[in-house]
Ligand binder design. Structure first.
Ligand code: ZN
Length: 287
């Protein structure tokens, strides 16, 4: 299975607009892999796209992707949905006679419910469907779907409105958790996983010198998982390999820092599966 990590950033991109931080300045100078676009994943075997951050159009173009057969949304947050207009590119006014090739868009039940409430998403999706550039399928609870040789099983996370996706074919099982692992504990019935891609969490402490970076009373710690909590989740995952993504610019860590941190973790946490940090357009190719 070939999966492309189209964007390794989170709700904040690197470089972040308006920011003069060290990592933003470096990313502006050097570009990828120091820069990070929003969170999205592409399963090449099935031309399946997971989530559409605002920048998804250029991200797909740079990846050389010419067709999205199917797409699925993990949750309604703007960093995962704002680019849904990309599907308009399935069709242009100039095509005549029309030969529409809509992308099948799958909505897990809580995502469909939230789309009614937030950001006008249901109306925007209905507009795209009326233009015949997408076809929406609303999934039932625990309903999986198939795209080509790939089966996708949405799994609701502890926060109650965000889904992870267990993606499998005959040879490989990959778990992609796009965001929001707060309060999550890996369920006991997860199968053995070749790769897990999940958010790194917020760095409440500097991972190199232990200094506290986010005050203990900061409300964000009541709703966002931290990096230390992420390591506890990794310890409970039946995974051969873990890739941490959704890397936020305010973490203050550069591409080089994440390489160094991965090396450090191999020494300090030999009990955990190998952990690395994602970068844009990283290809995960499993046998
Ligand atoms: Zn996000």
């Amino acid at each position: 299975m070939k999966i492309e990590l189209l964007g390794s950033g989170g709700a904040t991109l690197t470089p972040r607009p308006f920011s003069t931080s060290r990592v933003s300045v470096e990313a502006r100078e050097k570009g990828a892999p120091y820069s990070r676009m929003g969170p999205a994943y592409f399963v090449h075997d099935a031309a399946l796209l997971i989530d559409t951050p605002e920048e998804i159009g250029p991200m797909l173009t740079w990846a050389g992707i010419q067709r999205v057969e199917a797409a699925v949304y993990s949750h309604w947050h703007p960093d995962h949905t704002s680019g849904l207009r990309v599907f308009e590119a399935n069709y242009t006014f100039w095509d005549w006679p029309p030969h529409p090739m809509p992308t099948r868009v799958y909505l897990p039940p809580q995502v469909a419910a939230d789309c009614r409430q937030w950001l006008g998403l249901e109306k925007r999706l209905a507009y795209l469907e009326s233009r015949n550039v997408i076809q929406i399928t609303r999934l039932a609870n625990d309903e999986a779907f198939q795209v080509g040789s790939i089966q996708v099983q949405p799994l609701l996370l502890a926060v109650g409105y965000v889904y992870a996706f267990l993606i499998q074919d005959d040879a490989t099982k990959v778990l992609i958790i796009p965001d929001e692992t707060f309060g999550w504990h890996p369920p006991d019935d997860l199968p053995a996983l070749d790769v897990v891609i999940m958010p790194a969490g917020l760095f409440a402490f500097d991972p190199f010198n232990g200094e506290r970076l986010i005050p203990a009373a900061h409300p964000v710690l009541q709703s966002e998982a931290t990096f230390r909590q992420t390591l506890q989740m990794v310890a409970a995952l039946p995974a051969k390999e873990v890739i941490l993504s959704h890397l936020e610019e305010p973490n203050g860590l550069s591409y080089d820092d994440y390489l160094r941190l991965a090396e450090q973790l191999a020494g300090t946490h030999p009990d955990l599966p190998p952990i690395t940090f994602a970068y844009d357009h990283q290809i995960i190719d499993t046998p």
